[in-house]
Design a protein around this ligand. Structure first.
Ligand code: LR7
Ligand code: MN
Length: 586
């Protein structure tokens, strides 16, 4: 029992860690929603008063009594809030006397289920599009675009969020562009997600298929079940707790229709996990990843803004996509190897498909004229059969092994535990890469993602040991602005994993060693966010490889150990200034 408790703790911590990089909407974004809040969308007006509509709560006659009872309860929940709650994308707060209930039920889905239940499943949202997006859209409405199959997989989703997802899609998409909606229930154990949901789905004026999987498949294999059934020319994947906004669909379909090798995602806005307020995200954010192989949001670099002629309605070419929300030509999806069936539960598939699309001849875009809100959570509410860390490492290791060539070493240095998980049989995926004659990961880093935290050129990778102290450079788990530390060398990478890059940065993931701003002798060497693209002169060091001396080029001073501090001092070739770099390449 003791060991299993430890494992549970480890899992929770690791999961927390993995989910930490959720996007922070920019201040600009907050202003955006304030300005947009009162813009009423006339197309949605008729949907406001579903709570006052008695018909809405009536259940079909031919339904068995148990299902009828559950469904009636679910439909009455939606009327406990006032009809104006959450309209226009506003947030709600749960009444004081229900806070206990709120906290308890938060755990059901790791978001405020009670707040969600106060809001109409048909709530209105402002039209967030720019004027140029709107005028482009007028051209689109006259074009004949191919139809799409929308695929939504879920495991134990909350009723209100799942239904709000479906209603928003049906309300805000041109009917003739939707071939069908395919729901894959990944073996949920909630009663209401079976018969009552099936019955409710009959209400929709579009074709909705639902499959209840007999075994938990994980989101990757569940999506494959969905895509295998799809009849549309374009596949469109969504998470089960999203809300689409006016005009979201047409730009995605248009980009894919014009070039079937494009994979196109919307801007993913934030639906608060606490109040369910809809908060727009920055339109100058793209997808990247770090040494842990976590997907991360980063600012779009100037070169990409310039490539678009600084036109905010032109799609951004992004190195990676978040994974949940994107449109792809069905044939192209299969041509390039759909998904890796060897991946379990959650995680990893987003970077895998991102690397694969770019390396094998496609492209990835974020379309700023398409906005979809997503309920971002700080933790996952569901189980990871097999153990959270194991599953996540397994999936990431498969991505690294098949696609990252020699650069997989960065992942293993940063996440040494991943070495010990079994990545399973990779032969089919390796074969796929060969058959498609995909480009190298180095090509991807150089041409698609030169701003990556993972440098395309590196001179060393691993521990950096001081000759005098016999201790190792260590981030101490600290972040931007903190001094770098020295600790006993443990040889396990992680906080002691550093690369000397081709540009001369000494970096651990996205942190670079740096001098202080006003350089003084004896100042601590600090860690700063590395600058993406052109590197900051403060971050450039030169290794005199015959001596192991690391000189800060801008100041001409040398990196020196003093106790467990790291300083910049006058160069003197003493042992305190000599460093052994693991994995040094000639
Ligand atoms: O075992 C499972 N079976 C499932 O069907 C586990 C999950 N799921 C479903 C789940 O109910 C949900 O609808 O899969 C969907 C995604 O899971 P979430 O919402 O719990 O995770 P997430 O929002 O963190 O997921 C992001 O990363 C995943 C990595 O595997 C997937 O790529 C998700 O699609 C992705 N979501 C997004 O990109 C939305 C924006 C989030 C960001 C960044
Ligand atoms: Mn999600």
């Amino acid at each position: 029992i003791a060991t299993s408790i430890v494992w549970v703790l480890v899992d929770v911590i690791i999961l927390f860690y993995y989910l930490e990089p959720s996007p922070t909407p920019s201040p600009e974004a907050h202003r955006g929603i304030r300005a947009g809040r009162h813009v009423e969308n006339s197309a949605n007006k008729e949907l406001h008063d579903d709570k006052n509509n008695e018909d809405h709560r009536k259940v079909d006659m031919d339904v068995d009594p148990d299902t009828k009872r559950i469904l009636e309860r679910l439909l009455s929940i939606q009327s406990f809030g006032a009809p104006h709650h959450g309209q226009g994308g506003t947030g709600v707060s749960v009444p004081e006397d229900q806070k206990k209930e709120q906290d308890k039920r938060f755990l059901e889905n790791q978001f405020n289920v009670l707040a969600s239940e106060m809001i109409s499943i048909n709530r209105s949202l402002p039209d967030y599009r720019s004027e140029s997006c709107k005028s482009n859209a007028q051209g689109l409405s006259t074009q004949i675009l191919p139809k799409t199959s929308i695929i939504i997989v879920f495991h134990n989703e909350a009723w209100s969020t799942l239904l709000r997802t479906l209603h928003s899609v049906v309300n805000r998409s041109p009917r003739h562009m939707i071939e069908e909606i395919i729901l894959i229930d990944d073996k949920s154990d909630r009663e209401y997600l079976r018969k009552p949901l099936d019955v409710y789905l009959r209400r929709f004026p579009v074709s909705i298929q639902i499959v209840h999987l007999p075994e938990r498949s994980g989101l990757i294999r569940a999506r494959l079940t969905g895509s295998a059934m799809a009849k549309g020319k374009i596949l469109l994947f969504l998470d089960a707790h999203v809300e689409v906004t006016e005009g979201w669909l047409e730009p995605l379909l248009e980009r894919v229709a014009k070039d079937r090798k494009r994979v196109v995602a919307p801007i993913i806005d934030v639906i608060s996990d606490d109040t369910f307020e809809y908060v727009t995200a920055s339109d100058t954010t793209w997808g990247g990843f770090n040494w842990h192989l976590n997907f991360r949001w980063y600012p779009v670099p100037k070169r990409e803004l310039a490539r678009r002629g600084n036109d905010r309605s032109v799609p951004i070419q992004t190195p990676t996509i978040a994974g949940g929300l994107f449109a792809i030509d069905k044939q192209f999806f299969y041509d390039i190897g759909s998904y890796d069936e060897g991946m379990q539960v959650w995680g990893g598939e987003n970077l895998e498909i991102s690397f694969r699309v770019w390396m094998c001849g496609g492209s990835l875009e974020i379309h700023p004229c398409s906005r979809v809100g997503h309920v971002f959570r700080k933790q996952t509410p569901y189980t990871f059969p097999g153990g959270t860390a194991k599953v996540i490492h397994h999936n990431a290791a498969r991505t690294a092994e098949v696609w990252m060539d020699e650069y997989k070493a960065f992942f293993y240095k940063m996440v040494p535990a991943a070495r010990n998980v079994d990545a399973g049989d990779l032969s089919a995926r390796v074969q796929l890469r060969n058959n498609l004659q995909c480009k190298s990961f180095k090509w991807y880093l150089e041409n698609i993602y030169p701003e990556a935290p993972l440098p395309s050129e590196f001179k060393s990778l691993g521990a950096v040991t001081n000759e005098k102290e016999q201790t190792c450079l260590d981030t101490n788990g600290k972040k931007d602005g903190q001094p770098v530390g020295l600790q006993n060398c443990h040889g396990a990478g992680g906080n002691q994993a550093w690369a000397l890059t081709g540009k001369g940065e000494i970096r651990s993931d996205d942190l670079c060693l740096s001098s202080g701003a006003a350089y003084q002798i004896g100042d601590a060497v600090r860690m700063e966010k590395c600058s993406a693209g052109r590197s900051n002169p403060k971050h450039i060091f030169k290794l005199k490889s015959e001596s192991g001396v690391l000189m800060h080029v801008k100041t001409g001073k040398c990196v020196a150990a003093k106790g467990n501090e790291v300083l910049l001092n006058e160069c003197d070739e003493s042992k305190a200034q000599k460093w052994l770099l693991e994995g040094l390449r000639p």
